[in-house]
Design a protein around this ligand. Sequence first.
Ligand code: TXA
Ligand code: MG
Length: 522
Amino acid sequence: MNTNILSTSEYDIELAGEILAGGGLVAFPTETVYGLGANALDENAVKNIYKAKGRPSDNPLIVHVADKSDIAPLVKEITPKAQALIDAFFPDALTIILPKSEIINSTVSGGLDTVAIRMPKNEIAQKVIAAAHCPIAAPSANTSGLPSPTKAKYVIDDMNGKIDAIIDGGDCEYGVESTVITLATEVPTILRPGAVTKEMIEAVIGKTEISRAVLEGMKNDEVAASPGMKYKHYAPKAKVIIVDADKKAYEDFVNTRKNAFALCFEGDEVNIPKLTFGRENDDESQARELFDALRQIDEMGAKKVYARIPNTTGVGMAVYNRLIRAAAFNVIDLKKPFFIGLTGPTGAGKGYVSRYLSSLGFNVLDSDKIVKNIYDNNPELLSRLATEFGDGIFDGSTLNRKRLAEIAFSSDEKRERLNSIVHPEVIRLCEENASGLTVLDAPQLFEAGAEEKCYKVISVVAPYKTRLERIMARDSLTREQADARISAQLDEEYYINNSDFVIYNNGENVEIQIENILEEIL
Ligand code: TXA
Ligand code: MG
């Protein structure tokens, strides 16, 4: 199909209206993003939208009107809250969902008994819809799954040859799609945040909820309030990871990354390849530029992108909602110490991996060293031990570690009490001694619950026989003693099932396994 690239002249707009009225497809600018329009009442034309976008047929479309009086025929009833929202935000970037009337076909509604309606503010959009003399079904004019187009050139990239015409109306003012709110539920609920914010809506209709899916991922078995929420969205081909950090911490972090791009704010001091999406603390500029940046990432051939986290207030919520989907909910929180946990049962060869990571320049924290010195200059910990195990564990004011061990290891219960006092303290000290990305080398990582503090956990395991021989040689143990030690620990299954990565250390290919894991983590 030959796609006509139209201007915004009166003549071209009339032509676009005729194409739409005749059952054709026309992409046009709105204040949010470009839309891909068809006559909403012509089921065949609407089916062609799904085809051109490659969109799943259960994901309903928004019906656009040019005049408020065009809404009534499309819905069962305009409720008082709907009327209040129409009075306040039509035309603007707000889509309302109401029970549909009979004239809305199930192709438009994706099989639901509701319909989404919006009246765009953009003058070209209004003129095109008016020229068509019918309601216009229009999703964003991108290929399904890709970022919505905020410039005509991206519509051309995705739709050239697939639709009748594209009107080039310049860049979109807001840059993120409209706020979608359903009034078909008891409490009005925002299904997709946009430039019309929750605060603005509540000022008009009072209590409004935000669907949980806006900021969190959908569980596999969850029914989507808005079908669009269950599909992968806005995703560039590159892997996007959001970095939760302030400006300085973000800069320090990305500046040590290899083979990665930064998606940051203007003025961030970043010396790896970068793209910006607006200015810090300016959510409108971020919204306007985000999709453009996500598209350029692919044009630049990035494989991995670290994105700076936006604020989630005001329009920032819409920005964060789109970005977290582009990132498939991948967030690194640099405000917490950023540990890679390294653990494994005795004799599996964790020490070798630890030394190798050290030689690569990683900051490796040895929890055994911290445990060794844990009672030094720690009066608070000592007084808690005294309360638990009595003054008998002291010689004067110094702790007698042997006696503490005797008492604590006399029963499982006592040992658990000791661990419950000491483990949190070990974790606290590890956090205190961490800086940025730190490998936490901890044989008791799981026993201490420290895996909760780790972004990723690597376990090192080895065959039983290898481990047995290693610890017999290392610690001069008999076979029986070595076997007893191994039996007292968590079994290999546990390590494998609770780790993100497993290194099999029977002495071969260990470096390659480590490098592969690092490649995936970073
Ligand atoms: O800003 C916008 O809204 C743009 C411009 C072109 O107007 N349009 C747009 O449409 O973003 P689309 O199809 O890309 O996104 C519409 C979203 C989808 O997530 C869809 O699932 C949801 O609205 N939606 C539509 N009808 C619905 C309904 N009856 N119930 C629940 N969600 C609905
Ligand atoms: Mg869309």
